[in-house]
Design a protein around this ligand. Sequence first.
Ligand SMILES: C[S@@+](CC[C@H](N)C(=O)[O-])C[C@H]1O[C@@H](n2cnc3c(N)ncnc32)[C@H](O)[C@@H]1O
Length: 231
Amino acid sequence: MKHPAPDNDLLGEFLISARSFTEYRAIFALSDADLHGRILDCPGGAASFTAEASALGATVTAADPVYARGPDDLRRLAITETDRGSSWVTAHSTRYRWDWYGSAHRFRAMRHAAAHRFGVDLIEHPNRYVAAELPSLPFPDDSFDLVLSSHLLFTYADRLDADFHLAAMLELARVCVGETRLYPLVDHIGRQLGDLVAYLRKELEDKGIRTSLRETSYEFHHGAHTVLVLN
Ligand SMILES: C[S@@+](CC[C@H](N)C(=O)[O-])C[C@H]1O[C@@H](n2cnc3c(N)ncnc32)[C@H](O)[C@@H]1O
């Protein structure tokens, strides 16, 4: 995994982004029942989903290679990366729909709050954050009832090839006894990836994994309103 430098744009590095519970809930249409099982967030990044869902009583594990870093380094990184991501989005604002966030200012504030919440939880509950790198996770088969995977697969299709996507999705499905939900199905500059999605669905179906496309009410990149579900 490449480590980010604060002044690089999103083309060179994986962003360590910090989505909130509210964003995850909207993206993945999470029901109260979804929050009762064992949940894996992979990649967890600096998202506050794990902290906030755990505070509501959920059992959540976050996995990401960046968790191999020390907590102080990671807390700093969560903030600088939030600034990097927010600056990118502001500079490319026409690529996005703003009705969900309201404004770039509110977007940045929400991500900053999430990054702070992540940093506090990382110190208080380090056991929730497991350093792990797809396509190989350190969990037994069927460890989770729900797996959420946001903004790695498809987002970085310009540097992660189809073989990586397939191996990663098979691994996410291996550790999940219920649904694995993936979003978005566009890349980080908003290109639709219909051919890649179709190829992966066929490969997964051939291996006995059912796939479906589910509409979500959340849409930030124009046209990114579909979740891929494996089960
Ligand atoms: C854009 S962030 C998404 C974080 C979070 N899911 C969110 O939506 O805010 C992408 C994350 O993917 C992580 N990552 C990069 N390579 C990975 C891999 N091979 N396996 C798992 N995570 C990886 C990065 O460290 C980064 O935290």
